[in-house]
Design a protein around this ligand. Structure first.
Ligand code: DGY
Length: 326
């Protein structure tokens, strides 16, 4: 008798190639409407399933995890960040959690580099002006921004993405500084020509640009609090491609509006898809809609990682991208 395929529940539409492969390998319950599923719908759809495949748009909290059918033993997240999943609750229920590290490193670092350029060169503002039909043409004093070469960039979180950004910005002539839980190996520091700051507050006070590249955890929630943001120089720019919750968004908007911080380039927000209304009114902010990993190549690679994690798990092997050990 043919073995029954493992049942998996996928909460959002994935690239077609990924969904096709999932349907070949598994009994995949897909979401063709792509409308984010309510907690109840996720739980109901998981009836008899072994695997749940959520994304950053799902809140897989303790309550939802407690209601998941006993059959669900793997949460194979489509994405690297897992702060939308209650990992303690998953551990308590002995549910394995996997993610998709590595394959979106370059895309996310590219997005951070884009915003590092776009914000000080006023790209968003310029684009809006052209589309409004009000551009009068070039003038020597028109829309003057700031150069990034020879400026100091402070990277918060020097993991894969932070390091990929460091490699990119050296090409722009920036000097690289970083704060991380652990100092990098000296060989990597040397290769990146990066200066380590043990004290985040000290680093913030000395930088021209800050880029956030650490994961969102209990420890990094509002890491850039109002108090910390107030340490920045008034000509400093802040870029965030990690998670909105790492910055106090209301405080950031207030400091940007009052000119205490020069500008920001943001790809992520505290209450996505809602955005702090003040940010929408500010010209010194470039806003992107969480596009860090949004390349065709990246999203297919993420899907392939999800598939490998599920396949290893259902074949009783160790999934390569386990987020924690049970
Ligand atoms: C990630 O992989 O963390 C992206 O931000 C999408 O979730």
């Amino acid at each position: 008798m043919a073995k029954r395929k493992p049942v998996i529940v996928v909460t959002r539409r994935l690239p077609r190639d990924v969904e096709t492969r999932m349907m070949e390998l598994f009994e995949a319950r897909l979401n063709p409407t792509d409308v984010a599923m309510s907690a109840k719908r996720i739980v109901d759809t998981c009836d008899g399933a072994q695997v749940l495949v959520p994304t950053v748009t799902d809140r897989i909290d303790a309550d939802l995890i407690a209601k998941l059918p006993e059959t669900v033993t793997l949460i194979a997240n489509f994405g690297v960040g897992v702060s939308h999943i209650d990992l303690e609750a998953a551990t308590a229920r002995k549910i394995v959690v996997t993610n998709t590290p590595g394959v979106l490193t370059d895309d996310t670092a590219d997005m951070a580099a884009c915003l590092l350029l776009a914000a000080p060169r006023r790209l968003g503002e310029g684009e809006r002006l052209i589309r409004s039909g009000n551009w009068d043409g070039w003038a020597p004093t028109f829309m003057i921004g700031h150069r990034i070469s020879e400026k100091r960039l402070g990277i918060i979180g020097m993991g894969r993405i932070g390091q990929a950004l460091a490699r990119r910005v050296r090409g722009f002539g920036m000097t690289v500084h970083y704060h991380n839980r652990r100092r990098l190996h000296l060989d990597i520091e040397k290769e990146l020509e990066a200066t380590y700051w043990d004290d985040l507050d000290q680093m913030l006070a000395h930088m021209d640009f800050i880029s956030i590249n650490c994961p969102h955890t209990k420890e990094t929630h509002h890491l850039l609090s109002e108090e910390r943001l107030s340490l920045l120089k008034s000509h400093a720019f802040v870029v965030n491609t990690a998670r909105g919750e790492i910055i106090d968004e209301v405080a950031l908007a207030r400091l940007l509006a009052s000119g205490k911080i020069a500008g920001a380039g943001l790809d992520v927000y505290e209450r996505e898809p809602a955005i702090e209304p003040t940010l929408l009114e500010l010209d010194n902010v470039v806003l992107a809609p969480h596009l860090g990993s949004a390349t065709r190549e990246g999203r297919i690679a993420m899907g392939e990682k999800v598939i490998v994690n599920i396949k290893s798990f259902v074949d009783h092997h160790r999934p390569p991208d386990r987020v924690f050990e049970i």
